[in-house]
Write a protein that binds this ligand. Structure first.
Ligand code: NDP
Length: 332
């Protein structure tokens, strides 16, 4: 008999989540059966902590339910011939150490996954955040060689891939992040310009200095005040991919303007919100491209690994506070 540990959402978030909003529970798992849905026993090896959990935790998770989330898990026992014991999969089973599945909703890691590559990358650069960068840049920003791309939260899971893919696509890239270490990292991985948005005297001046001619594409992970300043630096006919708005996720009271309509009209901008699942039918294409670039060393990665399932809430809160350089994951 296996006893799984799971993190329950005890109390809906109010402002920045607190460790007291969560509760660690033990859940007894049933034994596997030949028929029915209980065909696989899996153990989580890495779990992801992502900004969307702040919003969906409020919208989709009831108090008392297991927190939503994705993991890389190893097959421990199998009565499904499509999954061999020891194989690794990506699952969306929430914050649990172990779970049972029939296999239908699990995705095996690509067979070409090199042994030398951390499997946790399937939650980051070669996973959902990497796909977000890939489709957001190609399909929403429609970047072209020679253009200038701006990305914020640039040292994070999505942003760090955005900048590197834009460089591969022949663009000039400007990124900003919330610490000097993050800015140094951005320069190391090839960003043309990078600055710390927390310490610049004027965001307006920093954006102008980094690209006096303005920006063709803006990949927005932050929204709020940053976006309303950046929009004034767009070139005519510029494209804005509204990927995230993390500066607003913890707000209890909605922020107020400045509003964007005037620059939108007179610069004839396109601003498109998107969710990466829009391209679920092209996931394989995106993952293969990302994996290839990582293996070739054209896309670099950094992971912020927190050790211990017990620290999931702290890892999640730390990511929302900007403690992560690269993808925030938890190693069980
Ligand atoms: P990150 O790895 O970038 O981690 C979050 C980062 O956000 C922090 O490290 C911090 O970096 C930054 N941040 C936190 N609070 C603020 C704030 N108030 N102002 C500015 N920056 C802040 O997360 P992801 O890469 O996973 O996600 C980035 C964005 O992309 C999020 O908005 C997320 O919701 C969105 N997203 C959207 C998807 C979609 O399908 N549309 C899919 C995946 C992600 P710093 O130190 O630089 O402040």
């Amino acid at each position: 008999m296996v006893i799984a540990k799971a993190w329950i959402l005890k109390k809906h978030f109010d402002g920045l989540p607190k460790t007291s909003d969560f509760d660690l529970k033990k859940i007894e798992l049933p034994s596997l059966k030949d028929g029915g849905e209980q065909k696989l026993l899996l153990e989580s090896v890495f779990l992801s902590v992502d900004p969307y959990m702040r919003l969906y935790g409020q919208w989709q998770v009831k108090e008392g339910d297991v927190m939503i989330g994705t993991q890389v898990a190893r097959i421990v026992e199998s009565k499904n011939p499509a999954f061999t014991v020891g194989a690794f999969v990506v699952g969306e089973k929430g914050w649990r150490t172990h779970f049972i599945s029939d296999g239908k909703d699990l995705q095996l890691l690509p067979s070409s996954w090199p042994e030398s590559l951390p499997k946790s990358l399937a939650l980051g650069t070669v996973g959902m955040p990497g796909l977000t960068a890939y489709f957001g840049l190609l399909e929403v920003c429609k970047m072209k060689p020679g253009e200038t791309v701006l990305v914020n939260a640039a040292a994070g899971a999505v942003g760090s891939v955005v900048g590197q893919l834009a460089k591969i696509g022949g663009c000039k890239v400007v990124g900003c992040a919330g610490s000097d270490d993050k800015v140094a990292y951005l320069k190391k991985i090839g960003f043309d310009e990078a600055f710390n948005y927390k310490t610049v005297e004027s965001l307006d001046e920093a954006l102008h200095k980094a690209s006096p001619d303005g920006y063709d594409c803006f990949f927005d992970n932050v929204g709020g005040e940053f976006a309303s300043v950046a929009i004034n630096h767009m070139k005519k006919y510029g494209r804005i991919a509204v990927c995230g708005s993390i500066s607003q996720y913890n707000d209890s009271v909605p922020q107020k303007g400045p509003y964007m309509q005037i620059p939108m009209i007179f610069k004839e901008l396109q601003m498109v919100g998107f969710i990466v699942s829009q391209w679920n039918n092209r996931q394989k294409e995106g993952l293969q491209a990302l994996l290839k670039w990582v293996v070739e060393g054209k896309v670099k990665y950094n992971e912020h690994v927190t050790e211990g399932f017990e620290k999931m809430p702290m890892a999640f809160i730390g990511m929302l506070k900007g403690e992560n350089l690269g993808k925030a994951v938890v190693k069980v």
